[in-house]
Design a protein around this ligand. Structure first.
Ligand code: FES
Length: 95
């Protein structure tokens, strides 16, 4: 997943926005990433990936963790939603 791909598909938050938020705002808790355009506050699918970036930044100051390709990421999220794990906001596409 490159920097201009959406990390939070519910609120269309790109990886770049999240990375910049982490670098500039230096959140102390992963939950503070929700202040980045609502990232993670929809279906919940992206939370483990937000956690991964947050943990990496806290551990070694880098925010370049490997994430799935955009198509794989979207496919896995669609399955997650179909299985009833989370409900995306009405403004979000489910695919
Ligand atoms: S993809 Fe981020 S909360 Fe749904």
């Amino acid at each position: 997943m490159d920097m201009d791909e959406e990390l939070c598909l519910c609120f269309h938050v790109t990886r770049r926005k999240v990375v910049n938020f982490i670098r500039v705002e230096r959140p102390r808790r992963v939950g503070q990433l929700s202040e980045c355009f609502g990232a993670g506050t929809g279906c919940g699918w992206c939370r483990p990936f937000l956690q991964k970036l947050f943990d990496q930044a806290a551990r070694d100051g880098q925010v370049d963790a490997e994430l799935p390709t955009p198509s794989e990421y979207a496919r896995l999220r669609a399955a997650y939603i179909r299985e009833g794990h989370g409900t995306p906001p009405a403004s979000s596409s489910e695919t």
